[in-house]
Design a protein around this ligand. Structure first.
Ligand SMILES: C[S@@+](CC[C@H](N)C(=O)[O-])C[C@H]1O[C@@H](n2cnc3c(N)ncnc32)[C@H](O)[C@@H]1O
Length: 339
């Protein structure tokens, strides 16, 4: 939109560009306005994501000069940049993400840190192997900031948001084989209901699955708004503040990306990567994730491998929640490797 406005003003600007006349004054005004919109436009197209609990992650990991760190969900590099700052001048960081768009954004954001940064594409599900092959087999700290970034939510074509007309995709890794469209069109009704119940904690899962199956018998479902409308109708429309499709979309996203299994696989590998005294900081955004983190850290603590630093999960301050609504559901847990 801004880009369209920008080029429109620029065209107008050059059209009025008759030297020496008052037109040329007008022309330069339009050109200034044009470039202003161009800047605004590219700003909107850039990676937009405010890292949550930033100070708390740094306080939890205690980065120090010369330390080695891994950000397993590097996204736009917000947490990574803070860790690199705090471990200046020679701390090193490995950033992992399965989304090439996120990695490109991280590369741009972290360029000032030069060879202190290594970026690799992959899933944190294989964090042990990715770390070993990148020269980070033993580290002082690991962060995971789970879930979807604002940037991914804001890109309609990724299909994460029910607020836009977009393909039913929801893959973090655009090369992964299964999309949300596959699940809603191919799963038997019972499996669909179970998936929506288990990953969305949605009590109306049976009604939703029934409505989806009825709709797909007429024609396959292809777009996010189509699905959101079906879910909304099945649940009798919006009642509270939250859109009725929120839980169903969460469930599909978790299933498409096999998020819970990836987290369960990653946590013990992270413990293995830490040197004694090294720390892990995990930010979860819903109770299913947080439960896995809590139970794994507790089991590792009982086995004598970890010391839990955060007895209760750390939540965002009122100010942060006001400034960044996404932080409202964030829960940070920190633990330290013991031996
Ligand atoms: C909430 S964002 C992280 C934002 C980042 N902390 C920042 O400050 O910009 C989560 C990122 O994790 C990535 N992601 C999700 N699941 C992943 C997985 N299994 N392996 C690697 N990256 C993953 C997503 O692509 C997304 O870029």
């Amino acid at each position: 939109m801004n880009l369209v406005l920008s080029s429109w003003f620029s065209v107008l600007g050059s059209w009025f560009s008759v030297p020496g006349s008052w037109f040329s004054v007008l022309s330069s005004r339009f050109l200034v306005l044009g470039s202003w919109f161009l800047v605004l436009g590219s700003w909107f197209l850039e990676y937009h994501h405010t890292p949550v609990l930033l100070a708390e992650v740094v306080a939890g990991l205690l980065p120090r000069p010369g330390g080695r760190y891994i950000d397993g969900t590097v996204g736009g590099g917000g947490h990574a940049a803070a860790i690199l700052e705090a471990s200046s001048p020679n701390g090193r960081l490995l950033g992992i993400d399965c989304d090439p768009a996120a990695l490109a954004a991280a590369a741009a954001r972290l360029a000032p840190y030069g060879d202190r940064v290594t970026l690799v594409r992959g899933s944190f599900r294989e964090i042990g192997q990715l770390a070993a092959t990148s020269g980070f087999a033993q580290v002082e700290g690991v962060v995971l900031d789970l879930g979807v970034s604002s940037y991914q939510l804001d890109m309609p074509e990724r299909g994460f948001s029910f607020q836009s007309h977009a393909p039913l995709d929801m893959r973090f890794d655009p090369d992964a084989l299964v999309t949300a469209a596959h699940l809603v069109n191919d799963l038997p009704e019972q499996e669909l209901a179970d998936l929506i119940f288990r990953y969305g904690e949605e009590r109306g899962s049976r009604r939703i699955a029934r409505a989806i199956v009825e709709a797909r018998q007429r024609k396959p479902l292809t777009t996010t708004d189509e699905l959101a409308a079906i879910v909304s109708r099945a649940l009798g429309g919006q009642r509270g503040r939250i859109h009725p499709a929120t839980r169903t979309f969460q469930a599909l996203r978790i299933a498409v990306n096999d998020e819970l299994a990836s987290l369960e696989a990653a946590l013990p590998q992270i413990v293995n990567l830490l040197v004694p005294g090294g720390r892990m900081a995990i930010i979860a955004f819903h109770s299913l994730e947080d439960r896995i983190v809590k139970h794994t850290l507790r089991a590792e603590a009982q086995a004598g491998r970890l010391r839990i630093i955060t007895r209760k999960p750390v939540e965002a301050s009122v100010e942060e929640q006001r400034a960044n609504p996404r932080s409202r559901s964030a829960r940070l847990r920190v633990a330290e490797r013991v031996l």
